[in-house]
Design a protein around this ligand. Structure first.
Ligand SMILES: Nc1ncnc2c1ncn2[C@@H]1O[C@H](COP(=O)(O)OP(=O)(O)OP(=O)(O)O)[C@@H](O)[C@H]1O
Ligand SMILES: [Mg+2]
Length: 423
């Protein structure tokens, strides 16, 4: 890794966030610099104005570089959007053996091969020609007729089958994002993209939550990104194209004010449950382009917010309800993203899903240096990208795979990627 530096770039609909970190000998990361600036020219993962977005990416990365006093190299970036597709499929390989009719020993290479076999069988399917595979996430394995195997390495068998969730991105949005980063003056490796949902799972989801079953929900500015975990495996990925920006726009129209003023009112006085707001309170609302301001009841503001939040959550619920069994989502909903800071939103989600909600900030326990700014649900994706790049979460599994025997560092890098994907 160049200079032991990792740069996480979270290109959101509202903000472009970047974090430069240094890998330390103790296996932790030292935060060197953080950049954050408003986003422009991207909506729900699709580049709409490449020039405008590349300017904002440059500003964000330069801020981080100035603070870090080092270059933003080895960039990892997130990708999301309605163009993301997933396909559950099987990979199958025969395990070679030296003694006829004796089962062979399964190695890490075999695991890599079987996951690749599953990915390749998706890639050749009609409809996926113009897609790039981002991840192959193994759910479980079958050795001959024994199913539900969690880790087949070192076991013996004639055939290994893996059930794999392959995550794909359409090529066009991916290429345009790469072009945008390059236009801002930085290098971007096509292999360094991570699905936002996968990145997030590294920073906000505990192993227990994963195993017990959980719904991870990132409500940002442009979209609600939902991931459903069942028995430790990522089963479903959803992108709902409505989030915080829609609430702000409704407020601007409803209050006849500017977007900036609506944003201020939402973040300072907004509540997703109007009945929780004191009916006697009033707030100042700025007029548009020099027009006189007005005073409006605060509960009216929250009434507008509540209406949009309910619509957004109804969409989230309707799109996800067939993909989980409430009894099996034992850890409930883990909520993150900037809109998780909206007062009352966790109660609204409980009302919509009838599940418990925990608001999650990123886990900073593996970081050193000035981390206080990252202690915010809005930084969960950026921190998750860093952990994804490091493969932190899976160190214990990596050790049980006996990496010491492998020698070949390129292979180990590849393997780390497989293990990272095994979320
Ligand atoms: N205190 C707050 N109360 C309510 N909403 C808030 C608050 N703080 C931030 N937000 C909202 O969070 C949203 C931005 O969240 P975030 O930074 O996670 O989005 P993003 O990552 O840029 O967008 P996306 O992930 O959808 O592409 C904005 O709509 C903003 O208004
Ligand atoms: Mg985001």
């Amino acid at each position: 890794m160049k200079n032991n530096i990792i740069t996480a770039l979270d290109i959101g609909s509202t903000m472009v966030r970047s974090v430069i970190a240094k890998t330390l000998a103790n296996g932790r990361l030292e935060i060197m610099g953080i950049g954050e600036c408003p986003s422009e020219g991207i909506e729900r993962g699709i580049v709409k104005d490449i020039q405008a977005l590349s300017n904002q990416v440059r500003i964000s990365l330069e801020q981080a570089e100035t603070a870090a006093d080092t270059d933003a190299v080895n960039i990892y970036a997130n990708i999301t959007g309605e163009h993301i597709r997933t396909q559950l499929g099987d990979g199958r390989i025969a395990i070679p053996t030296e003694i006829p009719n004796e089962p062979g020993e399964i190695s890490i290479e075999h695991v890599e091969q079987v996951i690749n076999d599953a990915k390749n069988s998706v890639k050749i399917q009609k409809g996926f020609e113009r897609h790039k595979i981002l991840h192959g996430i193994p759910h479980d394995y079958i050795i001959d007729s024994q199913d539900d195997i969690r880790n087949p390495v070192n076991m013996n068998g004639f055939h290994l089958t893996a059930k794999v969730l392959t995550v794909l991105s359409e090529l066009t949005p991916l290429r345009n994002l790469t072009k945008c980063i390059e236009l801002s003056g930085y290098e971007m490796d096509q292999e360094n993209y991570v699905l936002s949902h996968v990145a997030l799972s590294h920073s906000v989801l505990s192993e227990d939550e994963r195993r017990l079953g959980a719904i991870l929900m990132d409500i940002g500015g442009g979209s609600c990104d939902i991931s459903i975990y069942n028995r430790g495996a990522l089963e479903k990925v959803l992108v709902i194209p409505m989030a915080g920006k829609a609430i702000t726009e409704d407020l601007a129209i409803g209050l006849k004010t500017t977007l900036a003023s609506a944003e201020y009112i939402k973040t300072q006085f907004g509540n997703a449950i109007a009945s929780d707001v004191d009916q006697t309170l009033e707030i100042e609302v700025e007029g548009i382009s020099g027009r006189a301001g007005t005073r409006r009841p605060q509960y009216l503001v929250s009434h507008v917010i509540q209406h949009r939040v309910e619509e957004m959550l109804a969409m989230c619920y309707n799109r996800s309800k067939d993909s989980y069994t409430p009894e099996l989502v034992t850890a409930g909903i883990i909520l993150t993203g900037g809109s998780a800071k909206l007062e009352g939103i966790s109660n609204s989600i409980t009302n919509a899903f009838n599940l418990q909600v925990k608001i999650a900030k990123p886990d900073l326990s593996k970081l050193e240096g000035s981390t206080s700014r990252l202690d915010d649900p809005a930084f969960a994706t950026a921190v998750g990208i860093l952990y994804y790049a490091m493969g932190f979460e899976h160190e214990p599994q990596a050790r049980s795979f006996n990496l010491g025997d492998l020698g070949n560092s390129k292979f180990v890098d590849k393997l780390k990627k497989i293990i990272k994907d095994f979320t």
